[in-house]
Design a protein around this ligand. Structure first.
Ligand SMILES: Cc1ncc(COP(=O)(O)O)c(C=O)c1O
Length: 454
């Protein structure tokens, strides 16, 4: 335990932690072992509920926010021991908040529980979590194999930025073609296989167990961006090594915060915090503790929110398909990875909160979005996802615009692809009537006039 902290007659209050006696990790930022039967370990909600709960300084049910950039010590010797790594956050010794902050660390424990990992740490954005992970795992001259369909920013990082700035190159492959993935790996040179559990924006579902097996056979680390499917898919339990989240999306749920997280083995996450070679420490994508506090209050209802996002998406996808629209949704039987999703997903949540409608041309995609927002008030034209309102964007000209036309074809992104992050506000029938109204109007001949008026 930390030294007794008294100064000028004050005893520094010591936080109470539920089950603190059981929290016996030697390595930092480990999630508390729940001690529950193994069957529960497969439920992200159960794992979250059995994660360590921090109380406030004065016994508040919520943890206190440690809004300090720096931390005091009682003895000069303690400072030296902290810098050698002998005393660390696992024993309540903190140096400086770019390194570790107790509130951010606590959110990390929740994220580790959610993903079933030993450790996790939270960052200022999803992109910083991605770039720091890749730079930790790869050095100059190394190689990455990545999916063709990825968030545009990640695609640009891998395809343009990393080759120029760091001499780290990437081969993009269709990750549903396992032979192509296997062939793209250059033994000794390829360090990372990178893909999204459910791809942005094509909603291709990755066969995480099989891809992990292929990569591990050749000593390659599997990094999975699980932004589209928190709760729904648990990549680590399926064989992946590191999970990344853009916490800005479903986990935040309110479209008000940009944040990220890296979840994985304690040895890797700790290495990322290392004083000499740690990317999170040295590149400094630090999360503000006030932001960490806000997010930690939202994680407990992520499961409820995901269930509602998913059931609404399923209902709309089924009904739109019946109306004759070309709908892409992993919950539909005609989705190429429907059976896979059923077999690897945490089915109590559903098939994800995103669906796509392929309107074939950008013009038709724009008309549909215009009607949905301005005529029937179904949702908002906006990028991002995981909000309680429905958000929609034409991926080819927005969040995938970093890809060239050829790359979009390879990734399967049609110019008319409308990506919808399905919200849960209002009642299902109220929102369906708004969606249906716009879809019917879309099929009308006079729809062109309506659009052109504005
Ligand atoms: C799948 C995916 N990963 C990562 C990111 C980047 O996250 P952030 O915007 O939090 O940096 C995004 C952003 O849209 C995304 O969709």
């Amino acid at each position: 335990m930390a030294e007794v902290r008294t100064i000028r007659g004050f005893v520094y209050p010591k936080k109470r932690t539920a089950g603190a006696d059981e929290f016996d990790d030697d390595e930092v930022i480990k999630a508390k072992k729940s001690g529950l039967p193994t069957a529960w370990d497969n439920s992200p909600d159960a794992a979250l509920a059995s994660a360590r709960h921090e109380f406030g300084e004065h016994g508040g049910v919520n943890m206190s926010i440690e809004a300090s950039a720096t931390f005091t010590v009682m003895e000069p010797e303690t400072m030296r021991r902290m810098f050698t790594g002998e005393l660390g956050p696992d024993r309540d010794f903190f140096i400086y908040s770019r390194h570790f902050n107790p509130t951010v660390l606590s959110l990390g424990r929740q994220m580790a529980a959610l993903e079933g990992t030993e450790a996790a740490y939270c960052t200022s954005s999803g992109m910083s979590a991605i770039s720091c992970s890749l730079l930790q795992l790869c050095s100059s001259g190394d190689h990455v194999v990545a999916a063709t369909s990825l968030y545009g920013g990640t695609h640009a990082l891998l395809g343009e930025f990393l080759p120029r700035a760091c001499n780290i190159t990437t081969t993009f492959v269709n990750i549903t073609d396992h032979e192509a993935v296997n062939n793209a790996i250059v033994e000794g040179k390829t360090k990372v296989l990178y893909f999204e559990s459910v791809a942005n924006p094509t909603l291709t579902v990755a066969n995480i167990p099989e891809l992990s097996r292929i990569a591990h056979d050749k000593g390659v680390t599997v990094v999975v961006d699980n932004t589209f499917a928190p709760m729904v898919l648990s990549p680590i339990r399926l064989g992946a090594d590191l999970v990344i989240h853009s916490v800005s999306k479903f986990i935040s749920g309110a479209a008000d915060i940009i944040a990220g997280a890296v979840c994985g083995h304690a040895s890797l996450v700790n290495a990322m915090m290392g004083l000499h070679q740690g990317t999170l420490m040295l590149l400094g994508p630090t999360m503000n503790p006030k932001v960490a506090f806000e997010l930690s209050e939202r994680l407990p209802h992520l499961g409820l929110r995901m269930k509602e996002h998913c059931s609404r998406a399923m209902a709309y996808a089924t009904r739109m398909k019946k109306m004759g629209f070309k709908v892409i949704y992993p919950g539909l039987e005609d989705h190429p990875q429907h059976e896979l999703m059923k077999s690897i997903g945490n089915m109590e949540y559903g098939y994800g909160g995103l669906l796509c409608i392929d309107m074939e041309t950008e013009e038709r995609a724009n008309k549909l979005m215009y009607l949905l927002q301005n005529y029937s008030q179904f949702g908002f034209m906006a990028v991002s996802l995981g909000y309680y309102e429905t958000l929609m964007s034409c991926s080819g000209s927005s969040t995938s615009s970093e890809l060239s036309d050829e790359e979009k074809v390879l990734a399967g992104i049609s110019p008319g692809l409308v990506r919808m992050s399905v919200g849960y506000i209002g009642t299902l029938e109220q929102k369906w009537s708004q969606l249906e109204k716009a879809l019917i109007r879309m099929q009308d001949k006079d729809c062109d006039n309506l659009f052109n008026k504005n």
